[in-house]
Design a binder for this molecule. Structure first.
Ligand SMILES: N[C@@H](CCC(=O)N[C@@H](CS)C(=O)NCC(=O)O)C(=O)O
Length: 317
């Protein structure tokens, strides 16, 4: 295995104030972001093949991107991209294959025809996998994301060995950055372990975590949770309030859950409050409108027929 045990010292992250590297001077460069799961696919591949000296990392601050990146390097203005042989190549799925075929190091594509065929299937599922996870928070996140994790669980049953094709291959590197992030996020936000009831998935993650080429690329967990909360939490909260229950006890329960989610969101939602208007404290909480994100904090009360309940409104600051 080409993994190294020495932690690579990462070059400085370039932002809008940084000069470009001397472009097209024969150096092979991987333009990346240390937080980007797509770029991470290529970074792991580079490490696993032992190409640390051959392919220089150029981390970019995506939030404060240098103008020269779009103008002179990659008009798509995304990461990852690879500067190699006087050209720029993008798209992580193409890049991992490019690295495997154009550079030395252990081959990460299978020879066995059955594995080749399955690799294609897994490859084609990556977009659906990510879309399923990304949209899961609009509904019952555990159930909806569960479809994607179950897919991996049964894929892992297909061949002998802990990895998706039995032995390690590019397809493991293609999936793990996304699994890593959602594993963390589900645990943190929903207190749900995606590996529970999925023993193959648990072993797969465990085995990958023994590989230095991967562990060196893992995203900062605090950043991941914060970033994903910002991206997904409002969906959780909307879904929770609008999505079910018949008032009464249920409503109280749902409401508390929603408030918890707001607390979780911390500073990201710090200036926002939520309130319900009395008239819509619903028999049927699915009925819009529920006033959402308001500056007024009101105690609210189930004012419709049936037992009256008062729920405490909580101010989030
Ligand atoms: N399909 C691309 C997606 C790459 C991508 O979306 N990268 C994000 C960072 S994780 C990016 O550069 N976003 C900047 C932007 O869209 O402006 C790939 O697989 O390489």
């Amino acid at each position: 295995m080409a993994a190294t045990s020495v932690k690579e010292v990462l070059p400085p992250v370039l932002d809008s104030t940084s000069q470009p590297p001397p472009l097209f001077d024969g150096t092979t460069r991987l333009y990346t972001s240390l937080q980007c799961p797509f770029a991470q696919r290529v970074w792991i591949t580079r490490n696993y093949k032992g190409l640390q000296d051959k392919i220089k990392l150029v981390p970019i601050d995506l939030a404060n991107r240098p103008a020269w990146y779009k103008e002179k390097v990659y008009p798509e203005n995304k990461v990852p991209s690879l500067e190699h042989d006087n050209k720029i190549i993008g798209e992580s799925l193409d890049l991992v294959k490019y690295l495997d075929t154009h550079f030395e190091g252990p081959s990460l594509l299978p020879n066995d025809p059955a594995k080749k065929e399955f690799l294609e299937e897994l490859w084609n599922y990556t977009d659906t996998f990510n879309k399923t996870l990304n949209s899961s928070f609009k509904g019952d996140a555990i159930k909806e994301a569960g479809v994607a994790f179950d897919y991996l669980e049964s894929a892992l049953e297909k061949f002998e060995g802990p990895f998706l094709l039995g032995e390690i291959s590019l397809v493991d590197f293609v999936y793990i950055p996304f699994v890593e992030r959602f594993h963390l996020f589900f645990q943190e936000v929903l207190k749900y372990d995606i590996t529970s009831g999925r023993p193959k998935l648990a072993t797969w993650i465990e085995e990958l975590n023994k590989i230095d080429a991967y562990t060196q690329t893992k995203a900062n967990p605090e950043y991941v949770v914060k970033f994903y909360k910002k991206r997904f939490l409002r969906a959780v909260q909307m879904r929770t309030i609008i999505g079910g229950g018949n008032g009464g006890t249920n409503l109280g329960h749902l409401f508390h859950f929603a408030v918890d989610q707001f607390f979780d969101a911390g500073a990201l939602l710090s200036a926002q409050h939520i309130s319900f208007e009395n008239s819509y404290i619903p028999e049927n909480p699915r009925t819009p409108p529920i006033s959402y994100i308001s500056q007024t904090v009101i105690p609210f009360k189930k004012s419709t027929s049936g037992p009256s309940k008062t729920f405490k409104m909580i101010t989030i600051r």
